[in-house]
Design a protein around this ligand. Structure first.
Ligand code: FES
Length: 173
């Protein structure tokens, strides 16, 4: 998990918490900085484990920043998609490997009440929202009353280990 704080927020925090100017902290290592602002012991260890970034804000490595993005299924947690039935959530999209060469991708934001709780169910080969039970088929169509509005389906193109996830552009009318 990466926690991103705007530089201005850090600056105000440093001044109000420590009374020291920001320039003093720019010369410190992250470890020293965390210690000086009072994060010690277990909290310091937890901050490292959580991967808190104090220097820059970035999205997950290998993932694009616009509506369309690519992921490399040979790397990291995306390797879950190298076997049929594997699925992941990334950038509010649920991506599923439905077969040897087939993939599906839908928004993870439920059309019922907007909860970000859509998950894939391998046994049923469908999607379900854990908030109130809306169900959707693999093409995003609603299967029950709460799922009647369906889910936005993304296009998935595969080239070697790279998946390109594309939000279909709305046609102009
Ligand atoms: S928000 Fe998903 S079922 Fe209600």
């Amino acid at each position: 998990m990466i926690i991103c704080l705007p530089a201005a927020t850090i600056f105000v925090f440093v001044l109000s918490y420590t009374g020291k100017p920001m320039e003093e902290f720019e010369k410190l290592s992250r470890h020293e900085f965390l210690k000086q602002i009072g994060i010690k012991g277990g909290a310091l260890f937890a901050a490292y484990c959580m991967g808190i970034s104090m220097t820059s804000c970035s999205v997950e490595k290998g993932v694009g920043t616009d509506d369309d993005f690519t992921i490399d299924i040979s790397k990291g947690r995306f390797r879950e998609l190298s076997k049929a039935g594997g699925w992941i959530k990334v950038r509010n999209v649920v991506v599923v490997r439905t077969g040897a060469d087939s993939f599906a991708a839908v928004t993870s934001i439920c059309s019922h009440e907007g909860e970000n709780r859509i998950e894939y169910r391998p046994q049923e080969n469908d999607f379900r929202c854990s908030a109130h039970g809306a169900e959707f088929d693999i093409a995003g169509s609603g299967k029950n009353k709460k799922g009647r509005k369906g889910l936005t389906l993304y296009q998935v193109n595969v080239q070697n280990s790279i998946l390109r996830i594309t939000l279909p552009k709305k046609s102009e009318s």
